[in-house]
Every structure is written in structure tokens, then in C-alpha cells.
Design a protein around this ligand. Structure first.
Ligand code: KG4
Ligand code: ZN
Length: 331
């Protein structure tokens, strides 16, 4: 079965081709340069650029996989959550293709895409597993029982982890997106230089809160204390955020007695988060499955894969599918 996946929920226009579950093309057009001067994603600009990019990106994916539209057996597109104007570009494009070429299509939840992105790697976990999604829009812990069964165990009450990285970077005058910038600078810093607060919340809570650590950083940045190196600030901030993510995810695994732990989403590309998960999983005797770095940030390969599982169980949808900004997975 040959599937074309399309993703346009935020600032990446992406298309991927999956042939019998094997990734044959993965094309991503990032709009980072478009939004950088504004310090964050401007929704209207994102929509316009998706409109410009969608056709060439899809064509590039088809070319890379050496297939044509007539070869496609199924289409998979991100239905939500995300910026509705941006989502509608991918969704309308796929619906039109579906109608004209008579190819069935499915809508894929973006979070389901992240949750299943680990299966694009060589090391594939058995169900059930505990999964952390740490991205620009979400920081959530799930119990995943199957390709379709996700139980929410904890979520961010304020900023998502990636959002906290991005806002922290902005406070330090670093370019958007801040996560990669902070992790780059943190490599030369001392993670123990500043004892940033960790919001553990109630002892039985698997929720996150990153607004406190962000405010602490804002106060320090404002103080402009002499001798305080940016690298140390970045390393200490990164340590505070990653430690809470790791401890709470492993707590979920321990409480529910689940052996396998999966980490996904843009922040999962962070080298310190990956190293800390590896260390703590080893100590706790849990099997760790890190999403391959190239599939952590937004891509269409994970959408095509999640779509493939839906096609396998014949969960196809009809043409009146609508985009949504909030995901039912978190309801
Ligand atoms: O999954 P993603 O591409 O988009 C959403 O679904 O939100 O995640 C993007 C987020 C951004 O906030 C970005 O700063 C963060 O992932 N990110 C990182 C790193 N690479 C990307 N955060 C920390 N360290 C990184 N190396
Ligand atoms: Zn994402």
C-alpha cells in the first residue's frame, strides 16, 4: 500500500510517502526564516506560505519516492490540533486530491502522529508503553495501549516544554525557535550554576508547569547580574525543564508498572533530555525508546504512518471532515 502523508498544522509544510509501511520520502519545508523576525509563528503568514509550498512539497515527495499520484492507494493528513488556517491548507489539498483522483483519505491527529513516530525508528516498543510528548504546543504523558488507544495521564497546566524553551530564548535575546539555541549554548554551560525551581505540583500529579522556571529566568535576565554567563543560564534552565519531564514520565511508568518508555515531540530532539532519559531508565530498569531525532520535530512521515494504521483497520473517513484546533485526545 502506498500512502502520501501531509502535515501543515504549524510552520512546517511537509509531505511523506510510505510504501508498505516503509518510508520512501520525507520532505519538510520549514518556515522558520519567515517567522523568525517576529519571534514566533504568525498564523496568517503560516497559512499563506503553506499555500505556496504545498504543491511543490508534495511533488518533491512523490519524485523522491519515484511514484506518481496514480500509484497512491491512500492519503493521510493532519486534521488537528494546530492553527486552523494552516491545517485547512493541507486538509483541503488532500480532500481535493482524494476527490479528483478517487483515493481514500484519513484525518490524523497530530498528537497521535507524535505518539506513533517512534515506530519510524529501528527499535519499536511493544504495547503498552508510557509516552511523553514534549513539543512546542504540548507536554503530556500518555499510557498508549495500541495504535489507537491513548490515555492521558498528565499535561502542562501552562506553558508547554518547547514553548518554555522558546520564551526563555526570547528573554535571553536568542533567535526563534529557542529550543535548539538553548541546547546549543547549554553544551558549554554548568547545569548547576543556578538552582532554578522545579514545579513538582501535588505528589500524585503527573501534570507539568513551566511558567515558574520561565519567570525565574526572566527575573535573572532582568537583573543582568555581572559574571552570569548565558551558557550557564541555558544549561541550568535546560536542566530544570528536562529533569521534571524525565522524573514525571518515569513516575508514570512506575505507578502503572509499565516497562516501556517512549519520548517524542520537538523537545525530544534535545540531547540533554535524551541523555537524562537514558541514565534514569537504566537506573529504573525501564526500556527506553527515543524517537529518532529527525522525526521529533514536525514531519509528515509520522502522519503517513499513523494514517497507515488507520487504513489497515479500514478507518477511512468521508469528505466532510473538518479541521480542529483542539485535540479530542486531550479531552
Ligand atoms: O513537535 P514540534 O516540531 O512542533 C509542535 O508540535 O509543537 O516542536 C517544536 C518545539 C519548539 O518549541 C522547539 O523550540 C522545540 O520543539 N525544540 C527543542 C529542540 N529542538 C526543537 N527544544 C529543546 N531542545 C531542542 N534541541
Ligand atoms: Zn508537533
Amino acid at each position: 500500500m502506498i500512502i502520501l502523508g501531509v502535515e501543515s498544522s504549524c510552520d512546517e509544510t511537509a509531505a511523506a510517502v510510505l510504501i508498505d509501511g516503509r518510508l520512501s520520502a520525507n520532505v519538510i519545508n520549514s518556515q522558520i526564516e519567515v517567522h523568525r523576525r517576529y519571534g514566533g509563528v504568525v498564523p496568517e503568514l503560516a497559512s499563506r506560505h503553506h499555500l505556496q509550498n504545498i504543491y511543490p512539497v508534495v511533488q518533491a515527495a512523490l519524485d523522491e519516492a519515484e511514484v506518481s499520484l496514480d500509484d497512491l492507494d491512500g492519503l493521510a493528513v493532519t486534521q488537528g490540533p494546530g492553527l486552523v488556517g494552516a491545517l485547512l491548507i493541507g486538509l483541503s489539498f488532500v480532500k481535493a486530491l482524494s476527490l479528483v483522483k478517487r483515493i481514500p483519505y484519513v484525518g490524523v491527529d497530530h498528537l497521535a502522529g507524535h505518539l506513533l513516530s517512534v515506530f519510524l525508528g529501528n527499535e519499536k516498543p511493544d504495547f503498552p508503553f508510557i509516552a511523553l510528548i514534549a513539543s512546542g504546543g504540548h507536554s503530556s504523558i500518555f499510557l498508549v495501549r495500541s495504535h489507537f488507544d491513548y490515555q492521558l495521564l498528565g499535561r502542562s497546566r501552562d506553558d508547554a516544554a518547547g514553548e518554555a524553551f522558546d520564551k526563555a530564548a526570547k528573554l535571553l535575546g536568542l533567535p526563534y525557535p529557542g529550543g535548539p539555541e538553548i541546547s546549543r549554548l547549554a553544551a558549554d554551560g554548568d547545569p548547576r550554576a543556578i538552582a532554578f525551581p522545579r514545579a513538582w505540583l501535588a505528589p500524585d500529579s503527573l501534570d507539568f508547569s513551566f511558567s515558574g522556571v520561565k519567570t525565574a529566568l526572566a527575573n535573572l535576565a532582568r537583573e543582568n547580574r555581572p559574571g552570569l554567563a548565558v551558557a550557564d543560564l541555558c544549561a541550568s534552565f535546560q536542566e530544570a525543564v528536562t529533569e521534571v519531564l524525565v522524573v514525571k514520565t518515569l513516575r508514570a511508568a512506575e505507578w502503572l508498572g509499565i516497562a516501556n518508555v517512549v519520548v517524542a515531540g520537538g523537545v525530544a530532539a534535545n540531547p540533554r533530555l535524551r541523555a537524562l532519559f537514558a541514565e534514569r531508565c537504566r537506573e529504573a530498569g525501564r526500556a527506553l525508546f527515543l524517537t529518532p531525532t529527525q522525526f521529533c520535530t514536525d514531519n509528515a512521515a509520522m502522519i503517513a504512518l499513523a494514517g497507515w494504521y488507520q487504513f489497515e483497520t479500514r478507518k477511512t473517513l468521508c469528505l466532510d471532515l473538518d479541521a480542529y484546533s483542539r485535540t479530542p485526545i486531550l479531552a
